[in-house]
Each structure stands twice: as structure tokens, then as C-alpha cells.
Design a protein around this ligand. Structure first.
Ligand code: FRU
Length: 491
């Protein structure tokens, strides 16, 4: 029997990964408890789904290089949304709607997953630059959650709608009342848009119209839309490609009517105030939790780990909730299983006479609770990954009078230097900070995840000093920190 091109490419990719990833798995730049590729380039999380009692995470992947290239779908699974096991590559660009001999900009672009009759079904964009239309939507089906068969009817959505353009990608599919819906990113005349489709069988799709679009200030191409309900609130996530500072993805709250196909916007905010967060996607699990994972990078950043043969990481799994008219995100509780050697202190007064300083593990989890009523300080600083010997560190500068927290990355080695700022509510009795530190990442959750800030950092020096410095009295009602175990064998 003749072996298909697809099969040959799958075998080749998996053999390449098995042979070459060994050295990369031991590279010092690798993270301890964040998902990253075994080797090569990774961007968006794709196909997040809970299937057969396990979480599945697929990702935009080029195993052969550390720059973006022909997109495959990498694949991993997890029992707890924390420990990930690498699986064979799920999709390779092999068909004419996703592959081209002559240009690199082709591939199986981002998409999502849905479970139907015990089958795991992927819906994704085939991209071939220089072909018309270049972006189409496709389906691949699996019964075992490991091997995927591309549907003979592909492309199942062969062209973009009249209200959109050639940029037409990243379907997010879900099931509602026995029907399937897909929201797909597009743009026209400078406005990002989310196109909505409905289907009975995932193969024949009806276009229902543009369900939401940019109000003029929300970016000009909406990549990776995701539309769902959390705590009874309809939320649309979009990653605007251009037109916004830092390309920060937005969470838009509103009212979605699946009959009229319209999502009426109410309010919106950045999902994450850091520099390194893009293309988030969500799933719903067996505990009815809405869990989000984002790409913990941004296009065109430095990404110094390229020199070690890998690039790209995911945020931790974050549980979403909707409270006080806002979307909250918080690390799933399973992450706490990684903590060890904890130190827990209460009632600490920090002042110019009394700094706090300790050495952390390269991977750490920190909880700080500040009593704002007892504190006199107007500003204070938290230093992370600071060194005894070189002038390198990350500074979190907290302005309690303005309710502003700034991450300063000027002394952070080979990485990007631009800082980022998040607002927070400083009129509460307490300010709560949870900081997840890993080899080269800092995820900061303010006030139980009301605001979040994700940054990649690469400071030189190995002391991992953690300091809190304040001129005027700062009263910590609680300070806890732990070392974090690695989720990777061989790290
Ligand atoms: C988002 C994105 C998607 C696209 C994919 C290509 O980061 O640009 O729109 O499908 O990456 O890798």
C-alpha cells in the first residue's frame, strides 16, 4: 500500500523530534512548570478540549526551526491541566489547501476542537499564501485522540464572507442545543470582525453574519476569537493583530443571541496587561470550569531561548470567573500541588530600616497580602530575580496612591526591555499579589486575578533574590512563598 505524503511527513516530524529534542530538554533556559515545545518553534494554543477524562492542548508548531515556519499542530495531554505529556504531532501541512512547495507561509493554522459521539474533532484554518482564497476552514477527526484524519470534504468553509476579506482564520467551534457554531476572525476596512457560522454536522456550514466587530478602537484584524459563557456572562475574546498598543488581547463582555447570531458589546478590557500574552483559548472541563491558556510570548519579541533550539511557552492554566462586572483569571488550584519547601510569615513591617530580602528557587510561587489601612507607604518595589553580583533584576513598582503597578524590565538580560503597567483597585482594605515565577517568566495576578500581567524576563545572575523595599512603612499581613517542582522529566 502506498504511504501518503501526510503519513510520511508525520513520521518524519515525530522521528526528528524524538532524535533532536534530547539536548533541548536539558537546556537551562527551559521552564520548570510551563508548557513549551520539545524542540523548535511554538505559537498559539489550539484545540483546547477535555476529552476522555484528559485535557488536550494542541499548538502552532514548527519542529524544524526556531523561527515561525510551515505550521504543524503539536499535541500534548494532561490529567490535571498542569503536568503535560507530549504526544505525536497531530497535523502536518500535506493537502493543497494547507501546503505549498514554493513558499514557507503555509500550514495548518490555528483552530479549536469539539467532542462529538466520542470523537475528537479539530477545526482549523488551511493557509496557502499566493492562492485564492488563501485561508479556508477544515476538519480533522480522531477516535483515539491521537491520530487524525482530514475530512474528504475539506475545505468545509471554502471562502471568506462578503463582510470579510482574505484574512479569515482561527475557527473556534462549540456545540449548543444540538447545533455547532464557529466564530472565525476576519477584517474589513480597518475593523477586526468575528464571523459566525452554524452547522448540523460540522461539514456543511451556514454563514450567519458578522456577530461582532471592532468599535474602531479594538484593532483591525481579530485573530483567535473565542466566544463562551462564564458565570452566566457572555464573553468574546479576541487577539487584535494591529491597531492596539502591544497587540494586547481583549475580553469583551456583552450579550450573545445564537438565534440572531449577534453579540452586542457592553464593555471591554485587556485580558492581560503584560507584554507576553497572545492568542488565548478556553475549554470547559468536567468540573464545569472555564480554563484559559495563552501563548506566553508576543510576535517579534526577542525570545533569547532560540539559541537553545526551542522557543515559545504557554501560560499556566487559568480558571476564568466573572465577578464585579469583570473577568477574573486565577491559576487552577492543581498548580498548588507543585509547591514545596514553603515559608509562611505574617505581620511584617517593611520600612527604610527594614527591607525584606530572601533567595528564591528559580521557579517559585509567591503570595503577598498588604494591609493598606495600616500601611503609610505611597510607593514600594518588589524585586525579582535580582543578583548579588550583577546589576540585573525585575522591578515591580507599585504606586498605592494611583493604583498602578509597573513591571520594569530594563535590567533583564537579553530579553525585551519595554515595561508594562496594570491598574488596580487601591481603595480596598488589602492589596493581594500572587506571583508565579519560572526560569524566564513572571505571571502576576492582582487582587485574586482581577488584573493579570505576564512578562518574559531573562536577567543575568543566578541568585534569584526576592526583595521588598519601601521608604515608608508597608505592612504585610501575609507573605508566603514556595519552591515549585518541575513538570518535566530530565529538567
Ligand atoms: C495568531 C496567528 C493566527 C494564525 C497563527 C499562525 O498568533 O497569527 O491568526 O492562525 O498565528 O501561526
Amino acid at each position: 500500500m502506498e504511504i501518503s505524503t501526510e503519513q510520511k511527513k508525520l513520521t518524519q516530524a515525530n522521528a526528528y523530534i524524538a532524535k533532536n529534542s534530547v539536548a533541548v530538554v536539558k537546556s537551562p533556559s527551559r521552564l520548570h512548570y510551563h508548557f513549551m515545545p520539545p524542540i523548535g518553534w511554538m505559537n498559539d494554543p489550539n484545540g483546547l478540549v477535555y476529552f476522555n477524562h484528559e485535557y488536550h492542548l494542541f499548538y502552532q508548531y514548527d519542529p524544524y526551526g526556531v523561527e515561525w515556519g510551515p505550521m504543524h499542530w503539536g499535541h500534548a495531554k494532561s490529567k490535571d491541566a498542569v503536568h503535560w505529556e507530549y504526544l505525536p504531532v497531530a497535523l502536518v501541512p500535506s493537502e493543497d489547501y494547507e501546503f505549498s512547495e514554493i513558499e514557507r507561509g503555509h500550514g495548518c493554522f490555528s483552530g479549536s476542537a469539539v467532542v462529538r459521539d466520542k470523537q475528537l474533532i479539530l477545526m482549523y484554518t488551511g493557509n496557502v499564501d499566493g492562492r485564492h482564497p488563501k485561508q479556508t476552514q477544515n476538519i480533522a477527526i480522531s477516535s483515539d485522540g491521537l491520530h487524525f484524519e482530514k475530512c474528504h470534504e475539506n475545505p468545509v468553509i471554502a471562502s471568506f464572507p462578503e463582510e470579510g476579506t482574505e484574512d479569515f482564520r482561527d475557527p473556534k467551534v462549540w456545540e449548543e442545543n444540538g447545533q455547532y457554531y464557529a466564530v472565525i476572525g476576519t477584517k474589513k476596512e480597518g475593523l477586526g470582525k468575528a464571523a459566525l457560522y452554524r452547522s448540523q454536522n460540522l461539514v456543511n456550514w451556514n454563514y450567519l453574519g458578522i456577530c461582532a466587530q471592532s468599535n474602531g478602537e479594538q484593532g483591525d484584524m481579530w485573530e483567535c476569537p473565542d466566544l463562551f459563557k462564564v458565570d452566566d456572562q457572555d464573553i468574546l475574546l479576541v487577539s487584535p493583530m494591529y491597531g492596539l498598543k502591544n497587540s494586547s488581547p481583549l475580553a469583551i463582555s456583552g450579550i450573545f443571541d445564537s438565534e440572531t447570531g449577534k453579540f452586542v458589546q457592553d464593555a471591554y478590557d485587556f485580558i492581560d496587561y503584560g507584554h507576553d500574552f497572545y492568542a488565548p483559548q478556553t475549554l470547559i472541563d468536567d468540573q464545569n470550569r472555564r480554563i484559559m491558556i495563552g501563548w506566553m510570548n508576543i510576535w517579534f519579541a526577542e525570545m533569547p531561548e532560540k539559541k537553545d533550539g526551542w522557543v515559545g511557552a504557554m501560560t499556566v492554566s487559568r480558571k476564568l470567573s466573572y465577578q464585579n462586572n469583570q473577568l477574573y483569571q486565577y491559576p487552577v488550584k492543581e498548580i498548588e500541588e507543585l509547591r514545596y519547601d514553603g515559608v509562611s510569615t505574617s505581620e511584617i513591617m517593611i520600612s527604610n530600616q527594614n527591607d525584606f530580602s530572601t533567595q528564591l528557587h528559580e521557579a517559585a510561587d509567591i503570595e503577598i497580602e498588604i494591609d493598606l489601612e495600616k500601611s503609610k507607604a505611597e510607593v514600594f518595589s518588589i524585586y525579582l530575580k535580582a543578583s548579588e553580583t550583577v546589576d540585573e533584576y525585575i522591578e515591580l513598582l507599585v504606586d498605592l496612591t494611583k493604583g498602578k503597578l509597573t513591571c520594569i524590565r530594563e535590567k533583564s538580560g537579553a530579553g525585551e526591555k519595554t515595561g508594562s503597567t496594570a491598574p488596580f483597585n487601591h481603595e480596598l482594605a488589602k492589596l493581594k499579589l500572587r506571583i508565579l515565577v519560572d526560569t524566564n517568566s513572571i505571571e502576576l495576578f492582582i487582587n485574586d486575578g482581577q488584573q493579570v500581567m505576564t512578562n518574559r524576563v531573562y536577567p543575568l545572575g543566578e541568585d534569584n533574590l526576592f526583595k521588598i523595599i519601601s521608604e515608608q512603612a508597608l505592612y504585610l499581613s501575609q507573605l508566603n512563598y514556595w519552591k515549585m517542582k518541575t513538570i518535566w522529566k530530565g529538567k
